[in-house]
Design a protein around this ligand. Sequence first.
Ligand code: URA
Length: 443
Amino acid sequence: MRAVDLIQKKRNGGTLSYDEIAYLINGYCKGDIPDYQMSAWAMAVYFQGMNKKETADLTMAMAHSGDTVDLSPIRGMKADKHSTGGVGDKTTLIVAPLVAAIGIPVAKMSGKGLGHTGGTIDKLEAIPGLRTELARDDFFEQVNEIGIAVVGQSGNLTPADKKLYALRDVTATVESIPLIASSVMSKKIAAGADAIVLDVKTGSGAFMKSLEDSETLAKAMVDIGTEVGRKTAAVISDMDQPLGFAIGNALEVQEAIATLRGEGPEDLEQLCLTLAAHMAVLTGRTETTEEAEELLREALRSGAASAKFRAFAAAQGGDPNVIDNPELLPQAEDTIEVLAAEDGWVAAIQAEQLGLAAMKLGAGRAAKDDPIDYAVGITLRKKVGDQVRSGETLAVLHVRRGAVGLEAIAEETREAYSIGSRQPVPRPLLLSIVTAEGSVRLS
Ligand code: URA
């Protein structure tokens, strides 16, 4: 087999077999196929697409390019979730203990943040003492004992995806549905869960800008999961503004704790309940999402969900007192209020711009090995649909005293807000649910 023939076949609209796809992926991983040939192939896929079987074959070739996790030492149907990326997206911190509180085991691997999006591992590490590295047996034992463990990705999981994703990033081949679907699903399949719920974002701050494209992506991922025997569903939600009010590691932990106590922002609670309800149905914990939502709301009301978060934090060495005393979380030295320059209504908030502003404050990384400051970030005082008067606070920056560039960051935050002269028509958060049976529009 020669890479050039496979590139040509795809360029001309042909269909690749599993052996051909595996030849490319394994060859690229080993360094036998150079970046320039893999780039040409990725561009051919970008233009010609892949059918269902090719996409599943690519997923499995990447899933088996490194270690795979066998979760069978953990009792029961294990659930996982994945978000296609968001700003202020602290859903894992809420959904994982919430489903664990109703008896669904969560053995989860999460990532660190890069660029404008945050990572669950960074958020968890904002809790004083909390470790996100556990030996494999301790990881299994913790899930069997308290129902939940969340750790950083360890070992050599999906090296082919890591290499190919980095290449796609610099060759304008990220926005391809089969390439995104196989990239996400290879990681989820290698991580071993039986049931996978995908939190797919749509809108200006997401990979897929239209609902139709987001549904196509969601369907591609659900098809892959279903084809390889994992129960899979996707919830498509609007990403035209950050989720909740907090952006930044400790600030998001604080908001997640409030949500687990039933005192969180409505949008965040609604999305978390929906994701968790689908995890309950896919794992067979409940028959319907309505039944699941009742149990989950009761877990929020009764304190079972926040108690699960406390047990989880303590088991991984974190200070469990942060649940009752959030001031024990890292606190920024100073705050700066970002004021509205005009009267009107908030029409839109550029989530990506706010994510970048938070990163510049020190909450995220511009490069992979940059250090981060857990305390800094942004809290929104106004969200889409709110009325504002000139001089009123739009958002608060939580900053390091004397940090450079604060004025410019405050200006970028102000500019992330679009203020209109009329009250905007409210947009629903939840737009569509995609399961193996098909998709259902929610509005
Ligand atoms: N997230 C991934 O993990 N892979 C992609 O290709 C895009 C988003």
